[in-house]
Design a protein around this ligand. Structure first.
Ligand SMILES: Nc1ccn([C@@H]2O[C@H](COP(=O)(O)OP(=O)(O)OP(=O)(O)O)[C@@H](O)[C@H]2O)c(=O)n1
Ligand SMILES: C[C@](O)(CO)[C@H](O)COP(=O)(O)O
Length: 234
């Protein structure tokens, strides 16, 4: 069994709208609600803690979604700070050894099959696991003039997605160590890697996109509407 931590305290600067991207509506629900329901829909997920911005006027104040408990906490300046705050806000009944799923509020298109495979593979792994997608495009290095100065080898390169699945205690300590060292960790696996651990890569769908710019919102709308308007991920 697992709990989820949903980092949802970002300002959405690259999205460039007054309303933070996690609160924009797609396919009948907010981006945040789709992302939350995508993890809560799994029978082995017991509840969620959502890290929101201080004084977030858009936070709906949910106490339960889909019959499962939803807690909230105040996030921090960086995503890692928000995730750590979420871990610390988990119920005391979620002990150190229990699995925690960290899933971006900005990833509403998580497919149930990907979540099921992550929970199965990660739950059997000593370290934990993350959804990721193999790089399938040629990668270019840009020069100062905006021109290609070379091609990067892409063999064995993967794009990290979320959810990422780690045990509460180990992830908490890894994030605390990274933040204390002033290390910029952009995902949970990176914090674990800093501790010398090797999380399992679980291949996920390319359409598990992170809403970052307005164009992503249109694509998320298309994907989610195609799965049934306003329903959880079928
Ligand atoms: N201090 C932060 C920064 C980000 N996030 C969350 O982490 C996820 C991924 O971050 P990103 O896509 O970078 O969101 P923003 O930081 O809002 O976007 P930007 O970098 O464009 O401002 C999002 O669900 C975002 O809400 C968070 O909880 N706390
Ligand atoms: C966690 C993440 O979504 C994995 O790809 C990504 O690192 C978030 O990065 P962002 O810059 O906070 O969007």
């Amino acid at each position: 069994m697992a709990w989820a931590v949903i980092p949802a305290a970002g300002a959405g600067r690259r999205f460039g709208a007054a309303l933070p991207k996690q609160y924009h509506e797609v396919a009948g629900r907010s981006v945040l609600e789709h992302s939350l329901r995508a993890v809560l829909d799994h029978p082995d997920v017991d509840g969620a803690v959502i890290a929101i911005a201080a004084d977030d006027p858009h936070w709906p104040g949910w106490r339960e979604v889909g019959g499962k408990p939803v807690l909230s906490c105040i996030g921090g300046g960086e995503r890692a700070d928000s995730v750590l705050a979420g871990l610390q806000a988990l119920p005391a009944t979620v002990d150190e050894s229990q699995w925690v799923l960290v899933h971006d509020a900005a990833r509403p298109c998580l497919h149930r099959d990907d979540l099921a495979r992550l929970l199965e593979a990660g739950g059997a792994d000593a370290v934990g696991a993350l959804l990721a997608a193999p790089v399938r495009d040629t990668l270019k290095r840009a020069g100062d003039d905006g021109r290609s100065v070379g091609t990067e080898p892409r063999e064995r390169l993967w794009r990290a997605l979320t959810p990422q699945l780690f045990r509460r205690g180990g992830l908490t300590r890894a994030l605390q160590a990274a933040l204390a060292a002033g290390a910029a960790v952009t995902d949970e696996a990176m914090a674990m890697e800093r501790m010398g651990l090797k999380p399992r890569l679980v291949e996920g769908r390319d359409d598990n996109l992170k809403v970052t710019t307005p164009a992503d919102l249109a694509l998320a709308e298309f994907l989610l509407a195609g799965r049934g308007k306003g329903r959880s991920t079928p």
